[in-house]
Design a protein around this ligand. Structure first.
Ligand code: ADP
Length: 418
């Protein structure tokens, strides 16, 4: 029966069942796919993969549906080179850079970066490309290890280890060990030379390795500056200086992600395609710069972390501006560290000329920089205050965790200014 599955689309959401697809019954925290298996067959699924006998036609009973998916995806994946990417921030951006360095490569799309998303996207979208770029996400220790039992990268890139989702992972050590699982299963390692703990860990593994960092590592970022809408970055690549002009505004983290992607290409024995970098752009909501009537709006509403706040503010201080402002909301999933994280955010924000805080969200109360212009809980009212305050020549950053929906404030401000 398993041979009948080849070439079919796989899906786990019964609402998205298409005729002829394979429905896999996955137990989530809220729903159990087994409750929808019968409906999936009725809607046209050709097979259902389940963990217990549901007395259905065309059911395939396996011990572990996710393990089954991973095993099947592993058989599908014929790429000569598999590049694995993980890190607390910058995974999506790095995947995009790698996509430019390896045109036509398979990339796990969007946030299909889990033990379910990775195999499903390989089964549905992999077209026997030579290179596969796979993003590995983790919530807790063991997540990456489980995926890695089947999908093993030739080179594993760990961008950084931060405190994102620390409330879920439990401790920094758990996050660190969880990310290091990628190195355990990779043929070679690309690691962050600015992180001493990571450097020590990788050295002890004794695998082929290339590092990146700021003024450190095999590919190091020496300096960078901004021109109208562009970034000029100077790298030292195996002791040779190289300057590139990039067609967007990138922060230190982005420039390090680029270094990591270049390191990945290098260790795979590929020629580094510097020209390819001119096509790299920021994605919607992720540090996108826009000019509205002489006011520079920075849309970084997609997500937030302490490190990303630091990097965004650093750019604001480096560009020409009349006033440097920010409209901010909290960082979620910080658990018991929420106060400490937001005190850190406040210290960073104090380097600016003024800050607007979106109140009323978990953690907002801890954002208290000395330069607060206004704190408002209502998004419409906040947008109005910000729009009235802005003047030609200002640059203003909008940033908060995804769940805050800061883009609603941003869009209203844009409407009011436009
Ligand atoms: P991920 O896919 O890991 O969530 P993204 O590429 O979507 O990462 O970027 C998410 C956020 O992290 C953005 O705000 C971005 O500016 C920031 N970011 C990107 N790269 C880095 C980095 N190397 N260090 C810190 N922050 C970064």
């Amino acid at each position: 029966m398993i041979n009948n599955l080849l070439g079919r689309r796989f899906c786990y959401d019964s609402r998205k069942v298409e005729k002829g697809c394979v429905f896999v019954a996955i137990k989530g925290s809220r729903f159990d796919g087994h409750d929808f298996a019968k409906e999936a067959l009725k809607k046209g699924a050709s097979f259902v993969v389940v963990e217990r006998d549901l007395q259905l036609d065309n059911q395939i009973v396996v011990e572990d549906v996710i393990g089954f998916l991973l095993e099947l995806a592993c058989e599908y994946l014929k790429a000569k080179k598999v590049i694995g990417v993980t890190g607390s921030s910058g995974k999506t951006f790095t995947k995009e850079v790698l996509g430019k360095l390896f045109p036509g490569a398979f990339k796990t799309p969007g946030n299909m970066n889990t033990e379910i998303g990775i195999p499903i996207s390989i089964l549905n979208e992999y077209e026997e490309q030579r290179v596969a770029i796979v993003e590995y996400a983790m919530n807790k220790r063991g997540d990456i290890k489980r995926i890695c039992r089947f999908i093993k990268p030739d080179v594993g890139i760990v961008l950084n280890v931060g405190r994102q989702h620390i409330g879920v992972a439990g401790s920094f050590e758990n996050i660190f060990q969880g990310k290091m699982e990628l190195f355990q299963c990779s043929g070679a390692a690309v690691y962050n030379a600015d992180d001493e703990k990571m450097t020590e860990y990788v050295s002890a593994l004794g695998k082929p390795r290339v590092s990146f960092g700021i003024k450190k590592g095999d590919i190091s970022l020496l300096d960078w500056s901004y021109m109208e809408g562009k970034t000029r970055a100077k790298y030292l690549v195996f002791k040779k200086e190289k300057e590139v002009v990039l067609n967007d505004i990138f922060h230190r983290g982005h420039l390090l992600n680029i270094a990591a992607a270049l390191a990945g290409a290098h260790i795979l024995g590929e020629r580094i395609c510097w020209e390819c970098l001119q096509y790299v752009r920021n994605m919607k909501g992720r540090f996108c710069w826009k000019d509205i009537n002489g006011i520079k709006i920075v849309d970084d509403t997609y997500n937030a972390s302490l490190a990303a706040f630091d990097m965004a503010v650093e750019v604001m201080l480096r560009v020409k501006a009349r006033r440097r402002l920010a409209v901010v909301g909290p960082i979620f999933e910080q658990g018991e560290f929420s106060r400490e994280t937001h005190e850190g955010v406040s210290r960073i924000l104090e380097k600016l000329d003024g800050v607007f805080v979106l109140d009323g969200y978990e953690g907002s109360e801890y954002i208290n920089p000395a330069n607060v212009v206004s704190r408002v809980a209502d998004k419409e009212a906040l947008a109005e205050k910000v729009a009235n305050y802005l003047k030609k020549g200002d640059v203003v950053l909008f940033k908060a965790s995804r769940g805050v929906g800061m883009e609603e404030v941003l869009y209203r401000v844009e409407e009011m200014l436009g």
